[in-house]
Design a protein around this ligand. Structure first.
Ligand SMILES: [Zn+2]
Ligand SMILES: [Zn+2]
Length: 355
């Protein structure tokens, strides 16, 4: 349990590194500061003299309640004012540190509560209100710009485009584990359906493990003895060594499982070019489907139409609208459209139910 000589800094003259047990500054003669902070500056400064060791182990120094002078524990009368040591005289604090926390400089003072209360920057609350205000303004402007006025536009003309989807039947060849209905077998054969994992053999391998081989003591901290000395603190840790362990590792192989697979022909429908008709008038026509109706390898697969009305505001705008509404409209009709209340931009038609 080695004992080291600590250091302290004089706050009166600024002298650094007064030897721990000194109760007065060697430079200016001032007493140790009220909250003296002992620190470890010289690890190798170890006490060996038996008299000094007794002083170091003799307990914390005491602070005279009359004159504040620090006196060694064994001294019963204050060397400064002659006051007799009493139970009410405070002893300097004894404190244990782990190695990383051992003080290494005299910066700051010990046993003073850390001033952790940080006053928040005064602008933070104000900043919050400003941000809210800016957001409110942005939202209001966006709302204003989204407001529409209704205007009337004139129907100028119509366009339409209609398509009939067509599919063609083709006889194709496929492979699968079964033949679908309508399929005609061409051939069958054995094919790999999936793999099974099968244990093949074991292999002897080694891995590294650890075992305990005893324990050791090590210096894990220092105790500030409250009198300028520091004492090593010991902890115990387990020692380990690596060793090799043999084990059997199972080795697997992938074994294919065969099943009967079929190659067959079957009729499938494929989408081909649709029959498209379009014009710029108000009488849509579907294309000719004679071919589809007379050719058994063709079939219809749905119809769709796109119906556009052209309206004039300052310029011509084209709008796709539902067929039922499109059919009701005539050239010269007035219908309602949206215009930005602030921007004045044209924004399209109101739907039929809002006309
Ligand atoms: Zn000094
Ligand atoms: Zn005194």
């Amino acid at each position: 349990m080695a004992i080291h000589v600590g250091r302290w800094d004089c706050t009166t003259c600024g002298y650094k590194g007064v030897r721990g047990p000194e109760t007065e500054c060697l430079n200016c003669g001032a007493d140790r500061p009220k909250n003296v902070k002992f620190y470890m500056a010289a690890e190798e400064d170890i006490v060996q003299d038996p008299t000094v060791l007794r002083r170091a182990r003799g307990g914390a120094d005491w602070r005279c309640s009359f004159c504040s002078q620090n006196n060694p524990n064994a001294v019963k009368i204050c060397k400064d004012c002659g006051n007799t040591k009493s139970d009410s005289d405070k002893q300097l604090a004894v404190k244990t540190y782990n190695t990383a926390a051992v003080p290494r400089t005299g910066d700051g003072t010990r046993d003073l509560p850390q001033n952790t209360e940080e006053t928040p920057p005064p602008s933070s609350k104000k900043g919050c209100f400003i941000a809210l205000g800016v957001m409110a303004v942005i939202v209001s402007v966006l709302l204003l710009f989204s407001l529409n006025s209704a205007i009337e536009v004139r129907v100028e003309g119509f366009e339409w485009k209609q398509s009939i989807q067509v599919e063609e039947k083709r006889n194709v060849q496929e492979e699968d584990w079964s033949i679908p209905s309508g399929g005609t077998i061409v051939t069958s054969f054995q094919a790999i359906h999936h793999y099974n994992q099968v244990l093949d053999h074991y292999e002897t391998r080694t891995r590294t493990e650890q075992r305990s081989v005893g324990s050791e003591e090590y210096v894990c901290g220092k105790k500030d003895l409250g009198n300028g000395y520091f004492e090593d603190q010991y902890c115990t840790r387990t020692l380990y060594e690596d060793y090799q362990v043999e084990y059997e590792e199972p080795i697997y192989r992938q074994e294919p499982v065969y099943q009967k697979k079929y190659r067959y022909t079957v009729d499938r429908w494929f989408a081909i070019n649709p029959i498209v008709t379009q014009d710029k008038n108000h009488s849509p026509q579907w294309g000719n489907t004679v071919n589809i109706r007379t050719n058994p390898s063709l079939r219809e697969a749905g119809r769709k139409g796109i119906y556009t009305v052209l309206v004039k505001e300052e310029e011509i705008h084209a709008h796709e609208i539902p067929l039922s509404w499109w059919q009701k409209l005539k050239v010269g009709d007035k219908i309602k459209a949206k215009q930005g209340r602030i921007s004045g931009h044209y924004r399209g038609l109101y739907p039929e139910e809002e006309q």
